[in-house]
Ligand binder design. Sequence first.
Ligand code: IVH
Length: 667
Amino acid sequence: MNVQFEIERLRSELHEHNHRYYTLDTPTVSDYDFDQLLKKLEQLESEHPEFFDPNSPSVRVGGEITKNFETVSHRYPMLSLGNTYSTEELQEWIVRVQKLAPDASFVCELKYDGVAIGIRYENGALTRAVTRGDGTQGDDITANVRTIKSIPLQLLPPFPQDFEIRGEIVLPHARFDALNELRESRGLPLFANPRNCASGSLKLQDSADVAKRGLDAYLYYVLPEAVLAPNHSESIALAGKLGFKVPLTDDKFIAKCTSIEAIMSFVEYWDAARKELPFDIDGVVIKVDSYKAQKDLGFTAKSPRWATAFKFKTERIATQLESVTYQVGRTGAITPVAHLKPIWLGGTTVRRASLHNEDQIAALDLHYGDAVFVEKGGEIIPKVVGVDVDQRGDQASTVVFVSNCPECHSPLSRLEGEAQHYCLNESGCEPQISGRIDHFISRKAMDIMGMGSETVALLVKKRLVKTPADLYELSYEDLIQLDGFKEKSVLNILDGVKASKHQPFERVLFAMGIRHVGATVAKKLVRHFKSIEALLAADKETLLAAEEIGEVIADQLIATFLNPERLVELQRLRHHGLQFESEVQEQAVDSPISGKKIVVSGVFESLSRNELKTLIETLGGINVSSISSKTDYVFAGEGMGPAKLKKATNLGVPILNEDEVRSLLSL
Ligand code: IVH
């Protein structure tokens, strides 16, 4: 058997099954049989890395790491759309169109609320997927887009040689809800809406994580050079034959319309029916169908004249304000929350809405019992956007912002020029204490297994912990006496706490919860200062010399390290053996790759790609994902892609094979 032939055969068979399953929804093999074929392909591919293909169906599970997404130019600008909000505005648009293109007929389709993407195929193979960015340049997110199963990696023949298609990547509601549920149970911040989540997912570094998110794609625009048909609606239908998921004119998702009445009835239908869709849409797009008419109409600087979006109104609904409570965050920030008579809005029952701050309450002139208008914007928590004053009773009393902390009763402070009130009782206010510990144990910080916010709240309540350092002094006896705690969970917590002592310095610094010191800033500080001693000794000027550290962060660090309570806490954490020094060994500084930008490509025999990448970082090198003139070396294993090879050669970047890598790194 010719191995290459067999690999190709399996790949095309799997491409076909994927298309049937994810795009056409008419699978012809069982999941089991599909998995068997995939396993066989993966086996052959791992035995024969020389036949590596970035578009193999096996890449759907992801695994490629992109540290920095390369910025690339669009061949044609990625424009936005003009908007219309009423029948009158739409009528005016139609009149303008008909003046320049008297015979124009229209196509209505859904306006998907996701992330715009442009995907290019050369000789039928997916070569590049780029975000809109600023319209002229976007981010190359090819590795992540390859994991979206409804996007073909290989077009079905016959296909144009050079083909670009644009569309929207969306996250279906079911996946969004499941993901947020999981995040809530782990105490992680929630995604505001499916669009934000889709956009965040596409920027994940590990494409295997992207694959797990369950993104989907809908395509709506075929670029001019690959004219498949004389008009848009036929082109889209033909794109379906190439393997894409597209709406067909005989279903209700796309419609040819010749009158404004027909367009408006499509709009009205979807304004009501959108609640039933498994993904978000935020309007309808109306396009001139014929390419010739589109050409006659042309573009303005920002958008095509041949298309417009009819945007749905944000859903707004009236209900009653029952009470107002105040939440205290980890930093002591106070947020007023409106409690409402429960009401159905945008697919969920709304009971609470954010009131933001004192000024917002004053601007609404809010009274208890008011009939209020609530809107669901981009955020998870809906907003109170207005009050129906006519319905207010004579006796209604004004909502007055609290002057004391609702939890610890200390007087609140509001700094000049700021809108937010703060409780300054950092060390005695329970939600602030739990909030800080929640942050300390969270996944991106110390990642303490076996513990969640409920346990933290209980420990704080029972006065067993007040600061993170107290966690390291918890005993078996302390924990086993707690309600509902059994031996197994107690031991899990103690193990988790102990294991966290190995977390690197950058995580410890982030976990300390210093304002403005997020995970990235903590990493930069550790890279620059290497030890807590150096950081404590740094004056403002020295701090400002570190990469990305500005005035605000420098001032905050100085204030934090002058605070005696913070210093005592720090000493206690050191005493318990947490890491306060960078693990990067000194020798790294003089290693031959120190400070060098390196691209790792292909498969290595003596170590995995991840091992190699870790080694590069330990030796002071910098892993980068794509080749540019700034790249110092390409470490090329077996099966490095021809495009990368060509690029590196053209740019004169040294390409080292496995033996050469081993000798450079003295392995
Ligand atoms: S056509 C040349 N069709 O909405 C312009 N866009 O707010 C091609 N969008 O930029 C765009 N659904 O990202 C088109 N059916 C659809 C769409 C759609 C969503 C996005 C697209 C556009 C943005 C404008």
